[in-house]
Write a protein that binds this ligand. Structure first.
Ligand SMILES: [Zn+2]
Length: 303
């Protein structure tokens, strides 16, 4: 059942405030035991409007970054992996990432991160950069939103933004089973980006990023290509002791949803739906989307 947005916010606010004392206790316990998860957030488009649901306004983004900066050490994906692999984490830490590659991100959001020296991995699709075509998911909503240009991507890489691969054509890899096409999307995208920026491309993010959009064959292609890690986007924490290759991300959404995740939502802590990339998800028959917050279901239904 789809709740109206205001009712959803009201209910989440009740839940958040009602569980806050428990969260504070739980946070203290997990950090003291070195078992605190590392959070990796993802954004898409930051601009002066929210004409598509995968947008934040400049003001919202600034507020979220300021809130996170006060409470978390903002670290790179490489540092997140290192902490996950060392099997113990006793410090609040979070990462910022972006998907798709919208030109407007260069107006406010990325300059803000560069100025504040906040690490960021920026996942882009090479086809849209090279051809300067609009994303079909924006056209479907009647919006003409420009992708980043070659010049912008080169400038961002030089300014210290970590450029990552997000397939060539924003492909749903859960639907592609031809090994040549998988390599084309996973591997060629990374090669093209490396040529473009003259630096190694270390990370790959699955478009859509739900379990149904990922396969063990695509994970394998990413490993064979030599990526250091791949990102999903179905909403999960990264625990010390995880393998670190699969980086689980959370959609930043609005401020309340962000705070709900950042203070470690008790419902999510026991990880009921961990994605296991060594098994083909088709055979698992897990209805993961039903366990995502309504906001994320809406986001992904649209995107
Ligand atoms: Zn995407």
């Amino acid at each position: 059942m789809k709740l109206p947005p205001q009712l959803r916010t009201f209910l989440l606010s009740l839940y958040y405030n009602g569980t806050l004392p428990y969260r504070l206790w739980q946070n203290a316990r997990l950090y003291a035991a070195g078992k605190a998860p590392i959070l990796v957030f993802f954004y898409h488009r930051i601009a002066h409007d929210r004409c598509v649901p995968w947008s934040h306004t400049n003001e919202e983004f600034a507020r979220q970054i300021a809130w996170l900066k006060k409470r978390f050490e903002l670290i790179s994906l490489a540092e997140a992996q290192r902490r996950v692999r060392q099997k113990s984490n006793d410090r609040p830490a979070a990462c910022i990432t972006f998907d798709d590659g919208y030109a407007e991100n260069c107006d406010y959001a990325l300059p803000l991160l560069i100025e504040e020296q906040i690490p960021c991995t920026y996942f882009v699709c090479t086809h849209y950069i090279f051809e300067q075509q609009l994303f079909p998911h924006d056209i479907a909503l009647g919006q003409r939103l420009s992708p980043n240009t070659v010049r912008q991507i080169r400038y961002l890489a030089e300014a210290g933004i970590d450029i990552g691969a997000h397939t060539r054509t924003h492909a749903d890899l859960g639907k592609i089973h031809d090994p040549r096409r998988i390599r084309e999307e996973v591997s060629r995208c990374g090669d093209e980006l490396e040529q473009l920026i003259g630096q190694r491309v270390r990370y790959f993010a699955f478009p859509y990023g739900l379990p149904r959009n990922m396969t063990s064959a695509a994970f394998q292609a990413a490993r064979e290509h030599g990526y250091d890690g791949v990102c999903s986007a179905y909403g999960d924490y990264n625990y010390p002791g995880d393998d670190g290759f699969h980086i689980r991300r959370i959609h930043a959404d609005d401020m309340l949803v962000l705070r709900n995740w950042a203070t470690l939502d008790p419902r999510k802590l026991w990880r009921p739906v961990a994605y296991d990339y060594t098994r083909d998800q088709q055979s698992l028959k897990i209805e993961v989307t039903s366990q995502l917050p309504t906001g994320e279901q809406r986001e992904y239904a649209a995107h």
